[in-house]
Ligand binder design. Structure first.
Ligand SMILES: Nc1ncnc2c1ncn2[C@@H]1O[C@H](COP(=O)(O)OP(=O)(O)OP(=O)(O)O)[C@@H](O)[C@H]1O
Length: 729
């Protein structure tokens, strides 16, 4: 019997921001200039004591005041921070929700102290782990839990596994289900908090730290501890798996070269740390701006750190930012800077939903292909490394030093060139996707303005719409400017690629180290094929996304009919359909950490089956009018407006398919697409593929049937890609 699953509810939530001020350390002889009021307000006094009364009342003081969800004075313990600001978030992880906690602040402000802590004052990582295992221990259901953990660091834009003794460089990969993941990262099964703490200690001892003027044990890398809780539930028809993830992030501290007195490697580390923190700050800026201005492009791709934090910043995650500050007067600028970003982060919205899969959920074919390609790429990399060692050790084969270093440079540059290309190309697609949405909104606004002008007397609504229109136009312009920069970078990358290819070709024809060069060529080629496949997958993601959206809409429609649960189940049974997860659907079981006391129990109602209850609101299903949940199609660049009239068209058509009537060809042109080869096609929601209309079991190449603007983008991208990767170098 076919079955449909009630959609997992989405809940829009804002980032929780807590500020923690550390005590003055013994070494610091300065003045304490930070005051915390009512556990919410942070006041930073003007460090310049010489300012007189007149300056102050004429507002010439540099005193600053900010309000946050929570603020903690220097005498607070880590346990206070934990209890008040994140404990409720952590408990959601056992119920299939994602959570991210990250500490942000300048060097020496207390991030590591807050996240890791000491024996007498255990940090948030330690306290969270205890909560998770306590929950599991006290769980009375028959569910089976499996907890795994990974621990990585990003140092100088390279990812290392902290749970591996001598970890190599790890790569980031985009997974349609899980978002960004780190390929090859070790995930260890654990059954107690103590075991994870042991691993945490081992990992911390491997972390890159250094003694700087600002901090004796300054972390020079960003560390991410990720705990995954799998909960297997036996259901009537099949097993269900709920997966919750908790990411705890200890960032490296921003610093000023002039203050740290660093030189050489330390200076370079500092520059890299600042670069990735700047990328994070830019993302926070853009996300904060989005709240006011709609769809601004968020440059996640500018650093590994921001790509790793992407889900925590805007996707399916309940996120807490702990901004750490020092109370010392000589840290005034750092403190105010941190507070400014924290203030902006308050505006960031994420969308949380349970991660539910079934045991028989199969990995898509595309994903398998990409996985195997990536394994091949990583094997080739190992071969390359081995070859390099041989070249170093075998005296008979050893080429002259010049050749060796030339080959090393070539290999390094080839690898960087491929990675850069992949990143740039995807960034351009994401940018185009953002602007496509902006243009759709612009179109709606123009229609709205025209309609409103015809009926309105005082023009207030028109004014508001015009204001919004201007903001959207600004966004489009900003994004276009960024796009031009990316295009130039792609051209430069392409030029470099040609140069590298020529160098390798020449070397092969000159009989240089052939095997090595062939491996290098192969590596390049596979890197590019990999990119192509990822794009194909992005298209597929979009089809899946649209299916989900249609299902969501169908569900909404069902709920809106006012039938009770029994009637609906009966109706479904008549059609031979089982409805799964009925009671679980509207329940996220999550508290809004921003509220306190009795206000906190903002649960979504248990069931909408009772007609007297409120039908689902937009927000609970992801604000369908203006909120676009990127986690569902994070790598996609096709967009169909959520609030356009076509939503209903899609629903009608798809519902017919769902009920087994087969596709209807009488719908609008939008759904009657013609591939360039002249084949008419329609989308099969069950297969998630476009099918040839004349032969409904024959899939049609997806890229040919999407709406016009996207088709243009893809062909251009495809051309670029084939130019870049079709011929082995
Ligand atoms: N709440 C606190 N109570 C007591 N000491 C603290 C507290 N927070 C931080 N410290 C002390 O301040 C110093 C700097 O803290 P920490 O190493 O955690 O800073 P950080 O922000 O992680 O720095 P970096 O970015 O350089 O790694 C340490 O000596 C730490 O013990």
């Amino acid at each position: 019997m076919p079955s449909i699953r009630a959609p997992a509810t989405k809940k829009a939530t804002t980032l929780t921001v807590a500020v923690k001020c550390r005590p003055l350390t013994e070494k610091e002889r300065g003045r304490d200039i930070v005051r915390v009021n009512n556990n919410k307000e942070v006041v930073v006094l003007d460090p310049d004591l010489s300012k007189d009364y007149l300056d102050r009342i004429q507002n010439r003081t540099k005193e600053r005041r900010y309000t946050f969800d929570y603020a903690f004075a220097p005498d607070s313990k880590n346990a206070d921070v934990y209890e008040r600001s994140i404990s409720s978030t952590i408990s959601g992880v056992v119920h299939g929700l994602n959570a991210t906690v990250f500490a942000y602040g300048s060097t020496g402000s207390g991030k590591t102290y807050t996240m890791v802590g000491t024996e007498g004052d255990p940090g948030l990582m330690v306290l969270s782990l205890h909560t998770i295992f306590d929950f599991i221990k006290n769980d009375k259901s028959s569910d089976v839990f499996e907890v795994t953990c990974s621990y990585l660091e990003v140092y100088n834009e390279v990812i290392y596994d902290l749970l591996e003794k001598s970890s190599g460089h790890l790569e980031l990969r985009e997974d349609p289900e899980q978002g960004i993941i780190v390929a090859g990262l070790r995930c260890i099964k654990v059954n107690s908090a103590d075991k994870i703490l042991e691993l945490l200690n081992v990992g911390n001892s491997r972390r890159k730290t250094d003694n700087t003027d600002a901090n004796e044990t300054s972390s020079r890398s960003h560390a991410v501890l990720e705990i995954t809780v799998l909960r297997k539930q036996k259901r009537k028809y099949r097993s269900q798996v709920i997966r919750g993830k908790l990411a705890l992030v200890d960032l490296a501290g921003s610093e000023r070269a002039s203050e740290t007195n660093n030189g050489g490697q330390k200076l370079r580390d500092g520059a890299n740390i600042n670069r990735s923190l700047l990328a994070l700050a830019n993302c926070i800026n853009a996300l904060g701006k989005q709240h006011k201005k709609g769809l601004a492009y968020v440059p996640y791709r500018n650093s590994k750190l921001t790509r790793i934090l992407k889900v925590g910043l805007s996707g399916n995650s309940q996120t807490v930012m702990i901004a750490t500050i020092s109370p010392a007067d000589n840290q005034y600028h750092h403190t105010v800077n941190t507070l400014k970003y924290a203030d902006r982060a308050k505006e960031i919205k994420t969308h949380i939903q349970k991660n539910i899969g079934t045991v028989d959920t199969h990995v898509s074919d595309y994903q398998r292909m990409i996985d195997s390609l990536q394994t091949e790429v990583s094997q080739l990399k190992t071969q390359l490394a081995e070859k390099e060692t041989q070249l170093n050790t075998k005296p008979t084969e050893r080429p002259v030093d010049d050749e060796l270093s030339w080959l090393n440079t070539l290999s390094q540059e080839t690898s960087e060139n491929v990675q850069e290309r992949i990143n740039l190309q995807k960034a351009v697609f994401e940018l185009e996707e953002t602007n496509l949405r902006n243009r759709t909104e612009l179109q709606h606004l123009d229609d709205g303005i025209a309609k409103q002008q015809a009926i309105e007397n005082d023009g207030t609504v028109v004014q508001a719409l015009l204001l919004r229109r201007q903001l959207v136009l600004d966004n489009i312009r900003d994004n276009d400017e960024t796009g031009v920069i990316y295009q130039k970078e792609i051209e430069a990358n392409e030029k470099r690629r040609c140069q590298l290819q020529e160098m390798i070709d020449e070397a092969i024809s000159n009989n240089a180290n052939k095997t090595y060069l062939r491996i290098l060529s192969q590596y390049r080629l596979l890197g590019m094929t990999n990119t192509e496949l990822q794009f194909e997958m992005a298209m597929r993601d979009q089809v899946i996304h649209n299916q989900r959206e249609t299902q969501r809409n169908l569900w909404k429609l069902l709920m809106g009919l006012g039938l009770d649960e029994k009637q609906l189940l009966k109706l479904a049974a008549k059609q031979g359909i089982t409805i799964e997860d009925w009671t679980m659907t509207p329940q996220l079981g999550l508290k809004d950490s921003r509220k306190t006391g009795h206000e906190r129990s903002s649960h979504v109602p248990q069931s909408y089956a009772n007609p007297s209850r409120t039908p689902p609101q937009n927000q609970e299903y992801g604000d369908s009018a203006h909120t676009y949940c990127r986690e569902e199609h994070h790598s996609s660049y096709y967009f169909m407006s959520h609030n356009s009239p076509s939503t209903y068209m899609r629903l009608t058509r798809s519902s017919e398919n769902w009920l087994g009537h087969g596709p209807s060809y009488s719908q609008k042109d939008e759904w009657n697409k013609i591939s360039p080869g002249g084949t008419s096609c329609s989308e099969d929601p069950l297969r998630g593929q476009m099918m040839n209309r004349n032969s409904p079991t024959t899939p049609v190449n997806c890229k040919s049937i999407f709406p016009q603007p996207s088709v243009i983008n893809v062909s251009r991208a495809k051309t670029n890609l084939s130019q870049a990767g079709s011929s082995p170098v």
